[in-house]
Design a protein around this ligand. Sequence first.
Ligand code: FRU
Length: 505
Amino acid sequence: MGCKDSKDVKKESEAEGTFYTEPFRPQYHYSPPEKWMNDPNGLVYYKGIYHLFYQYYPDDIVWGPMHWGHATSTDMLHWENQPIALYPDKNGLIFSGSAVIDYDNTSGLGTADNPPLVAVFTYHDMEKEKAGGTDFQTQGVAYSLDNGESFEMFEGNPVIPNTEFRDFRDPKVFWDEGSRKWVMALVAGDHLQLYRSDNLLDWTYMSRFGAEQGAHGGVWECPDLFELPVAGTDESRWVLLISINPGAPNGGSGTQYFIGDFDGTSFTSDQEEARWLDWGTDNYAGVTYNNVPDDDRIFIGWMSNWTYARDTPTEVWRSAMTLPRKLSLERINEEYTLFNYPISGIIELLNEQSGLRVEIPPNSSEAIVLENGNQSAIHFVSPLTDLTVSFKNEAGEELLLELDSEESLLVLDRSKSGIVDFQEMFANIQQMPLDNLQEGNLEFDIFLDASSVEVFVNKGQFVMTSQLFPTKSFDELIIRNDGNSVSIYPELKTYSVKRIWKNGD
Ligand code: FRU
């Protein structure tokens, strides 16, 4: 390999004092030290460590032959870069997948005393793809006996061969307590397939779902299937996440979800229409952690969009992950709704700058100074009224959020937010319908980092995630009341957000 190990890069840049300080470098989101990253992979917790593996091409800042990069954390906020975990081998490149802890050593790949961490992923054989067949994606297994520090490929790979589907990938494996089996969710072009296994190595096909349901504007990718309690009840339901590209509501890549049931064999849902986990253009291929203590269901997504992922204006590395978000299910006006909202630990990163009571008469605005706005968070509760929230900087750039009460719509306009001309779609207006809104106010949490904004409404009932490339810090926040009565914000809070990298301030 002609590339430097990520550890070497880290050491060099730390010595120079330039570690993670390049233009647009996220300060509190995970991004790789250098080169190309896409999907989060193998999210698993073991012995106090949260692993984040990811699709990685170590030789360029555009997509190329895929490896699994690796980072670890004890809180999912502060990350330590690790050496590359999985390299392509004779079966192909290493595409997306998941990881589990095989506590009972069902696979026999470890011992009872030292259970293996087992990664299950897709092999993509470039030669076979070039030959034009439908047999180039298969599923493989690798295992680690030292908590992810090093991996061995399973000798019997591939564990699920394939001759039928061009797109046959992204296995999400979990232990299903109900059937006492390992279950694998896999996508095959336009639908989900479920497999079961006793040992993570021999897999049996069980069922399929979805060819006639949800959105089909593009290929189905990166499934995830899990059970969630319904808040405030004794009930629980199963949730299926499916990423699709293209076909998302604001263009390109996006993640839909289905609420339904899983009986150990089949997933069923009466949901016909797609529902979206995030309405912004930059939250793709997201999946959840296995084995998190307290059964929390934590999601991380890739903060980009295949439509322009290769064109964004960074040079050393490309793209970042979303904040880790806790998923929960609520029944609102008879409808099950999936919420996603930053994990509670995020509080540790927030320093409150101001907490103000703000009263804005109709057709007036209030300006608030943000110190280091591109590393800040804002919280406020607003009545459902016509409202514009804008972030401005001294380069004349502006990020706009507009609440349209009549249409019940939140609009995100990044068309003047900085560098936008690297690809046509990037400057498009993004819209999020606030359907099935409960009576009352809207609670906003907005997180700005050097190249992203994440907007959470009502603690994650409605979410928009978007990349941004402002050339200066957004140091002015302006809230304008476009409605015809006085708007009162009992407590408008602004925070600066701490940098997560160790040699930071
Ligand atoms: C999703 C995806 C996956 C695939 C991987 C390849 O972004 O297309 O389906 O496994 O990226 O890098």
